[in-house]
Each structure stands twice: as C-alpha cells, then as structure tokens.
Design a protein around this ligand. Sequence first.
Ligand SMILES: Cc1cc2nc3c(=O)[nH]c(=O)nc-3n(C[C@H](O)[C@H](O)[C@H](O)COP(=O)(O)O)c2cc1C
Length: 188
Amino acid sequence: MNVLEAIRGRRSVRKFTEEPVSPEDLTKVLEAAQWAPSWVNVQPWKIIVVEDAGTKEALAGTLLPKNPAAKGMIQAPVLLVLVGERGKSGLYGDSFSTDKGDWYMFDLGIAAQNIALAAHSLGLGTVHVGAIDHKKAGSIVNVPDGFEVVEILPLGQPAFEPKAPPRKGLEEFVTLESFEGNKWGGSG
Ligand SMILES: Cc1cc2nc3c(=O)[nH]c(=O)nc-3n(C[C@H](O)[C@H](O)[C@H](O)COP(=O)(O)O)c2cc1C
C-alpha cells in the first residue's frame, strides 16, 4: 500500500475483533511515531502502551459522555496513550517564537496520524480519541507534571471496514493566491 492509498483508505475504527496485535506490528506502529517530524526535532512525546484489562477499562471511563469510541476502547487489545511534554515545542531560544505558543499539540497530532496510517497499512485499525477527560486519563497512567495526555488510540484488528464520512470538495477549501482568491478548479 502506498502513502496516498493509506491516506485515502484509512478510517476511524471503533469496533475490534479479539485478535491480538503482534509485537512486530506494534513496534512498526510505534516506529511510525518515532519518525514523525517535530519542531526543531524536539520530539515532545511519550507513548504509554496499555494492554492491562483493568487499565483499559479505567481509561475508557475517561471518555466524555456519548463518545462513540467507548466500546472500542475495551475491545481493542492495545491502547496507545499519547502524552505531550509542555514547554519544549515552538521555542526559539528561551521563548515561544510564534503567536501559537506551545506547538506540542501540533507535533503530537502529526505523530498520532503517522500511527494511524502505519496501523492501516498493516491491516490494523485505530481512531484518534480526543474527547476525554485528559487529566483523569493522565492520573490513571501516572503522567507527571509538565506532561499531558493528548489523545488515546485504541489499536487492533478492525471488526469491519467502516464507510468513509464525506469530505468537503477541494473547491470549498482551496483558493488561489489569497484567502478570497479564485476557488481551486484543478482535477481531483
Ligand atoms: C483530534 C481528533 C479527535 C478525535 N476524537 C474522537 C473521539 O473522541 N471519539 C471518536 O469516536 N472519534 C474521534 N475522532 C475521529 C473523527 O470523528 C473522525 O476522524 C472523522 O469523523 C472522520 O472519519 P474518518 O477518520 O473515518 O475519516 C477524532 C479525530 C481527531 C482528528
């Protein structure tokens, strides 16, 4: 599977079979995060691999009400808890250099999507789970001060292939030369 196929074919998977994730596949998925780009290569991430049923259940309990990923959090054989280190990303010298402040969410987002694409390319499934009580999740897996849970990615064999939710057309979000410029009219 090439990169474009992985980007197009990846779906949010919220139902998993009981099939375990092999240590080899898990390593490949973690290496996809390892090779993600980050602000001046600061790599402000930690990943906690959770396989213990009790911890998975406790983490599932941190999801905000009606989160559709709740069941999958318990079904999935592995949960990856993505943790960001505050105050390292977005710095030039000693201070944040842009009006965006700390760029850790951005760095973690890229690493997280690398994980999702790698998982898909291996025939595994996952979903970005961000609608959680982050502090509660952090306390369950003992995240210290200065670090914050960003999201949880359940990882496993998809129980079925979900349908793709619709996307905006390129003409709805791509313009030429300026924000109010002509809409993109190219092929695609
Ligand atoms: C930052 C972020 C947070 C998300 N949080 C959740 C979540 O808490 N629960 C959930 O079921 N899906 C969550 N999703 C998945 C989106 O709902 C999903 O990506 C979107 O509907 C598009 O579907 P697709 O991933 O299959 O293309 C999240 C996605 C992103 C990027």
